[in-house]
Design a protein around this ligand. Structure first.
Ligand code: ATP
Length: 230
């Protein structure tokens, strides 16, 4: 049973190529402890997204294995893996429907009060209450009708509601006004706290707060440690 597994992750000598020719992840090994935050950094094309795709099992390693609490993820069903690991902010996928429905996506039995509580924890309630119809405000496809930063707060509220054991965060790089940016930062800290988290990091604050920073280049680790050590 997946729920008996502890949320620790181990990449063990993982090698991967998309085309069976160019090696993108090269004999990569990494331990991720339960409850810790790992920041993945590295120049564009270094393999950050590919590592996350492998953990989500969108692709299989050519060599090596990825373990959750010692269990190879290839022996875990897709359904179980998707409830255990959630990915946030990769792109803020919002759908045509109310804000409330967008927050409770995946947990349709949530009450209005619960939805509001998660939105408050994600610092999203203030702006939602100013919308016409508040939680019944209808978003268009792709969340059209609210700002980029507000979309991110909604996806954070959704992630808080889903409360995955393992969280993968792809920090957005889009320019967001300072006030919303601060809310996103605080909401992310809440989301990550105490939870095994792997963040494709762009913000300095994320990198400073991480338990381990992994610097990638050409699919290999070139540096690893805490911020003050690097
Ligand atoms: P960025 O910071 O730009 O998002 P990244 O570190 O996440 O970069 P990846 O997206 O993992 O890097 O890409 C690593 C390498 O794999 C790149 O050379 C890229 O061109 C290649 N690549 C990524 N996705 C695919 C794919 N679906 N098919 C073939 N090659 C791919």
């Amino acid at each position: 049973d997946i729920n008996n597994l502890r949320p620790s992750v181990e990449f063990k000598n993982v090698t991967f190529s998309y085309n069976k020719k160019d090696i993108i992840i090269d004999d990569f090994s990494l331990d991720i402890k339960e409850g810790s935050t790992t920041a993945l950094v590295g120049e564009t094309g270094s393999g950050k997204t590919t590592l996350v795709n492998l953990l989500m099992r969108f692709y299989e390693p050519d060599k090596g294995s990825i373990l959750i609490d010692g269990v190879d993820i290839k022996d875990i069903s897709d359904r179980d893996l998707r409830t255990f690991i959630s990915m946030v902010l990769q792109d803020t996928w919002l759908f045509k429907g109310t804000i409330g429905d967008n927050i409770s996506y995946g947990r349709e039995s949530l009450t209005d009060a619960e939805i509001k509580k998660y939105a408050q924890n994600a610092y999203a309630d203030d702006f939602i209450m100013k919308l016409n119809g508040d939680y019944n405000f209808k978003l268009e496809e792709d969340g059209e009708g609210i700002s980029e930063g507000q979309k991110q707060l909604i996806t954070i509220a959704r992630a808080l509601a889903l409360s995955p054991k393992i969280l993968i965060l792809d920090e957005a790089t889009s320019s967001i006004d300072t006030k919303t940016e601060r809310s996103i930062q605080k909401a992310m800290e809440k989301l990550v706290e105490g939870r095994t988290s792997i963040i494709i990091a762009h913000r300095l604050s994320t990198i400073i707060n991480a338990d381990q920073i992994v610097v990638l280049k050409d699919g290999k680790i070139i540096e690893k440690g805490k911020h003050f050590e690097l």
